[in-house]
Structures are given as structure tokens and as C-alpha cells.
Design a protein around this ligand. Structure first.
Ligand SMILES: [Zn+2]
Length: 244
């Protein structure tokens, strides 16, 4: 369990609300993001793909299904979350899927009102991901993009799930509930996780007592953008929801 004196921080750059409103220009470099953690998820400039960051290595799944190992530290991201794995609670799960994560698992670990990172490894019977296609200006809303995102499936694949749990009350700052990405061990298959099931997975859970929300204050679209809260709530539910 956590020591009382240890602060465990989830660092987030940009907000889901701003991304939903179509502010998709990259506003933090990979180099700057990695100063705040070695592990995480995000997307690139123009909503170009799904990003998985493991041990400081950055992978980008692009919408034709390929996975790039990104070594350009000056590439920019509009929305990303990272943390430094520490103070981990080891976990072993049998017969695991989103229903289990949303149900027994979330309840057992009392996740409802906290931020947490989840990393799970093993052999997956089935994985379904989606990959955001790169957008051109003028950027559409994320809801428009969500209607046309390609999905990919893979069966009997070994890999890693990495991502976060966020409380519903922060649901316009970041995706409420689970926001998980997947990458295969051979680094050939990756994306934003929509469905999965596995007989046996091992990994770790990290509970954060601190959220560091970083704002792209030099981005005028972020500074001056209008957010319609009603549309925003519906959009988030439709494009980011995976609470089945
Ligand atoms: Zn995602």
C-alpha cells in the first residue's frame, strides 16, 4: 500500500473537452512529456493515431493498422497522459474483459473516485482496437471523427494493456472510466482498446493521489475555444465510452 509521505502523480497534458471541441494541434513535445513519466497514452498532432508509451519508448498506431516506433522527440501531442510506475500493486486476473474491469475489479480496488494506472500483460484470446485517423484543418469535432474510425481485431495475441481509470466527475477533463490502449509484444498491432478477453493476465495497478493537469496556454484555440457542455457530454459518451 502507499506510504503516506509518497506523492504519486498522473500528469496530463491538454483536456479531453478541448480535443472534443476540435483543438487537435500538438501542444507538447514528446521530449517535454517524457520529463513527467515513462509510461502512458495519447495521440499525435491532428489526432494522428493512438500512442502507447512503455519504458520511455513511444509507439504510434496509425489508421491503416501499422505501428510506428516513434523516435522523434520533437513530435507534438495535443492530449497525453504519463506517469512513473512506482509503488505498484501486483495483480493477477482470470477470465478478464471490460465487464470484469468495470465490475468486480473496480469494486475490489475501490476505484470509483480516484485516478489509477493499469498495466496488464499476457496472452489475449481476442482484442479489438480502434485507431483515430489523422485530421486536416479545419479540424472536425471528435464526435465527427469518431463516426469514421477504423477498427482492427486480433486473436490469440500476446501483448500489454496500458492506460488509466478516471473518476466520472473529471469526465470532461479526461475520459471517465477506463481509457486503455493495447500493444502486442511484437509491436505490430496496437490501438485504443474497445474489447478484449483473456484467460489469465498479470500486471500492476497504481493509485494516484495527485493529478497534474497541464494546459497548453500558448495555443489560442485552447485559450479561446467555445465548449458546448451539452454536446460535449453526449460526444464523450459516444466517442470515448467503453463502459459496457
Ligand atoms: Zn485512446
Amino acid at each position: 500500500m502507499k506510504g503516506n509521505d509518497l506523492i504519486s502523480t498522473l500528469y496530463e497534458h491538454g483536456t479531453l473537452a478541448s480535443l472534443m471541441a476540435g483543438n487537435m494541434d500538438g501542444t507538447i513535445t514528446v521530449a517535454d512529456l517524457l520529463k513527467h513519466g515513462s509510461t502512458g497514452i495519447g495521440t499525435f498532432n491532428g489526432l494522428d493515431g493512438e500512442v502507447i508509451i512503455l519504458d520511455g519508448e513511444v509507439y504510434q498506431a496509425v489508421s491503416d493498422g501499422h505501428v510506428n516506433h516513434m523516435t522523434d522527440r520533437q513530435a507534438k501531442m495535443p492530449f497525453a497522459s504519463v506517469h512513473t510506475p512506482e509503488d505498484l500493486e501486483k495483480i493477477e486476473l482470470s477470465n478478464v474483459d471490460f465487464t470484469a474491469l468495470n465490475g468486480d475489479f473496480a469494486e475490489k480496488h475501490a476505484l470509483k473516485n480516484i485516478f489509477a494506472a493499469l498495466r496488464l500483460k499476457g496472452n489475449f484470446n481476442h482484442v479489438k482496437v480502434r485507431i483515430a485517423p489523422k485530421q486536416e484543418k479545419p479540424y472536425p469535432s471528435l464526435l465527427e471523427v469518431a463516426k469514421g474510425q477504423p477498427t482492427f481485431t486480433n486473436d490469440n495475441v500476446t501483448g500489454t494493456i496500458i492506460g488509466y481509470y478516471a473518476p466520472e466527475i473529471f469526465g470532461s477533463v479526461t475520459a471517465a472510466g477506463w481509457h486503455l490502449h493495447f500493444i502486442s509484444d511484437d509491436r505490430q498491432f496496437a490501438g485504443h482498446l474497445l474489447e478484449f478477453n483473456a484467460d489469465q493476465l498479470t500486471g500492476d495497478l497504481q493509485i494516484f493521489d495527485n493529478l497534474q493537469q497541464h494546459m497548453p496556454i500558448n495555443d489560442q484555440a485552447f485559450r479561446q475555444g467555445e465548449v458546448d457542455m451539452g454536446i460535449l457530454r453526449d460526444s464523450i459518451a459516444q466517442s470515448e465510452g467503453n463502459n459496457d
